[in-house]
Design a protein around this ligand. Structure first.
Ligand SMILES: Nc1ncnc2c1ncn2[C@@H]1O[C@H](COP(=O)(O)OP(=O)(O)OP(=O)(O)O)[C@@H](O)[C@H]1O
Ligand SMILES: [Mg+2]
Length: 332
């Protein structure tokens, strides 16, 4: 991989709640280089959003974060609030799933994009407004000069998501984290938004961290893939490693049986029987063990010993956290 712009090492996030400690993220590592896309996939509750909020320094005060989040080698964890605010929205930006909640209903979209720019640039309102129009135009809002004066509710869902993307990109961030950026949109619009992100990335060399349930999109745009399960990495590798050589039974389950080179990947994550453990409920052994169809091939170890990410022999940086140590024959 080229020199990464964002590196995350051994990230842990633990929430203190009335019910006790919730270890939502339990030691994950990833990195992304300029112009590259890392996709993070996994079922609901696996810790994808909490991980990205930790990178952005946006977790509530009941969260304890440990590990390293390095932006160009600079540690972000523990930075004072004002330092973080200089970085957030400027060097690292984020697009959330729900465009409507990211926008203020009482201000025109042009004003909101302009303000996002003025937060990090000491320019006149007029200059910022011009910049906003330029960005709205860039993300494909037709007639941007006029539409800049419209309010969020006057836009369709897809157009609102474009506004949110314009706001995220207005300061030319080096890293963009997109958390399910297209889930709320219909299929055609999803494709348009993904194409937009792809174009922007090609033009600006943005490093993209894409959280997605859509394996069709992941297969198309990702360079690397991290498969999360219960706050940990089950498997990671290049997009080809994951789609053609997946080794972890959980990853295989998500892909819905062994993908074949001659068949396009399934568009959505497949439903795996059973439910994921609640954070902290599995303290020994493999968190996936209760749902795994291959435990009998390994035995006790799956229950007593937690599998660590281990390189797949002869497959470069491809790693899986499974005691089986080989690709299982697929039962599905
Ligand atoms: N503020 C919080 N306090 C306590 N627990 C939390 C808090 N925020 C998230 N969690 C827990 O952390 C775990 C991971 O949540 P997260 O939102 O990262 O999942 P996710 O992978 O993004 O899921 P989804 O696909 O549904 O978006 C969940 O068990 C969730 O309940
Ligand atoms: Mg989420």
């Amino acid at each position: 991989m080229a020199e990464p712009v964002l590196e995350v090492h051994d990230l842990h996030v633990t929430f203190t709640t009335e019910g006790g400690l919730v270890p939502a993220v339990d030691g994950i590592d990833f990195a992304v280089a300029p112009g590259e896309t890392l996709a993070i996939v996994g079922e609901s509750g696996s810790g994808k959003s909490v991980s990205s909020a930790a990178v952005m320094g946006l977790l509530p005060s009941n969260a304890e974060v440990t590990g390293e989040v390095l932006l160009d080698g600079r540690e972000l964890i523990g930075l004072p609030g004002d330092e973080l605010r200089k970085i957030r929205g400027n060097d690292i930006a984020m697009v959330f799933q729900d465009a409507l909640s990211a926008l203020n209903p009482y201000y025109s979209v042009g004003w909101q994009v302009a303000e996002a720019y003025r937060l990090h640039h000491d320019v006149s309102k007029k200059k910022a407004h011009q910049r906003a129009i330029e960005m709205l135009d860039k993300v494909g809002i037709p007639d941007a000069v006029r539409r800049a004066d419209s309010y969020p509710h006057e836009f369709s869902g897809g157009m609102r998501q474009r506004v949110v993307i314009a706001m995220a990109l207005v300061n030319d961030p080096r890293v963009l984290i997109a958390d399910e950026p297209t889930t709320a949109l219909d299929v055609t619009v999803q494709a348009q938004i993904m194409r937009l992100l792809d174009d922007v990335q090609a033009e600006f060399g943005t490093a993209l961290v894409l959280i997605s349930h859509d394996l069709g999109v992941v297969a198309e745009v990702a360079d690397d893939v991290l498969v999360m399960y219960a706050g940990r990495a089950a498997e990671r590798g290049t997009v080809r490693d994951i789609f053609f050589r997946a080794a972890h039974p959980y990853a295989l389950g998500l892909l819905g049986a062994m993908p074949r080179v001659d068949v396009p990947p399934k568009p959505r994550l497949t439903t795996i029987p059973g439910t994921p453990p609640t954070p902290g409920s599995i303290t020994t052994g493999c968190p996936f063990q209760p749902r795994c169809a291959y435990t009998h091939l390994v035995g006790e170890r799956c229950i007593t010993e937690r599998p660590e990410l281990t390189p797949r022999p002869g497959e470069g940086d491809h790693e899986a956290a499974c005691h089986l140590g080989r690709r299982p024959e697929v039962l599905l």
